[in-house]
Design a protein around this ligand. Sequence first.
Ligand code: GUN
Length: 287
Amino acid sequence: MTAQTIDGKAHADGLGARISGAIPSFREQTGRPPGLAVVLVGTDPASEVYVSSKGRMARKLGMASFEHILPEATTQQQLLDLIAQLNADDSVDGILVQLPLPAHLDSLPVIEAIDPAKDVDGLHPSSAGRLVSGLPGLVSCTPLGCLMLLRSQLGNLSGLDAVVVGRSILVGKPMAQLLLAENCTVSMAHSRTRDLPGKIRQADIVVAAAGQAEMIKGDWIKPGATVIDVGTSRIVRDGRKTLVGDVEFASACGVAGAITPVPGGVGPMTIMCLMHNTLLAACRRKA
Ligand code: GUN
């Protein structure tokens, strides 16, 4: 069997077209575009790339992008002051603080300072609590993108066995909640899980978000399963830097029914779900 490759870029392009199509009527009603503020502290090269691509995509779709690039030496209070200013700014609908923050800053109080109505990253405890409670709110972009891909691939997910590998607040925990809300039977696996291959072998859906390059092998996967690979690790293969996921793609392709590639799978959906959340937050704020 050769797995179908799930084209995340094509799905993201489709979602982007729907978002940009909705923006003119938002502008007509409010006299302004939806606005996304992205905050970066320091000069981490990967974070700089993420932040500039988020800003570029917002502008491409017709949103306003406010990029706040702060020096490494920024204090906790200065960062909290900026969040307060963005909370009060009516032209800002979404606030994202790029993580990880430099080691001297404490990310949790910063996330808690964001107005939950503008929490387009879905990281505020209020957003996380609303997700668990089944209340409408903003859901973290990566798990939301994974869910959209799964729904489009499989239709109704009800009753399927799903395993989520990784328990971060950014991906693993909200992903498990979203799958539970779809009536999947959900297992969460992590670094202390015993017999990970055995757990994965039982799953119709595997969401791999452990951050370990190619840790999940093809012969761990149930034949025909749908595999969503959130991992992005840079490794050197044959003397060349290569981006790989948490799943060993070549061997998994021989077993899975469908699989997301890295790159070109979950990544484009994450950024487009940020745009989706920004438009959603903007519409809810104007309502
Ligand atoms: N760093 C890596 N991914 C993300 C994300 O989705 N949100 C934030 N805030 N930081 C990140």
